[in-house]
Design a protein. Structure first.
Length: 61
């Protein structure tokens, strides 16, 4: 049996988190669909990107 890949290991998740943290997303629309469409992420990966984006923003202050 193989171990599941950690969601945050994906380079796409990191790129999506950076994009979201730097204001690339349209704030009038839901973030998950934007991340899924733009970066081809799964729903779980999109949520991980949002979490990582929040950490990036918190470290910036």
């Amino acid at each position: 049996m193989t171990e599941p890949k950690a969601v945050t290991d994906s380079g796409d998740v990191q790129a999506a988190a950076q994009w979201l943290a730097t204001g690339g997303a349209d704030r009038t629309k839901a973030a998950v669909p934007q991340l899924r469409q733009r970066f081809g992420l799964t729903a779980a990966e999109a949520v991980a990107a949002i979490r990582e984006s929040n950490l990036i923003q918190a470290r910036a202050h």
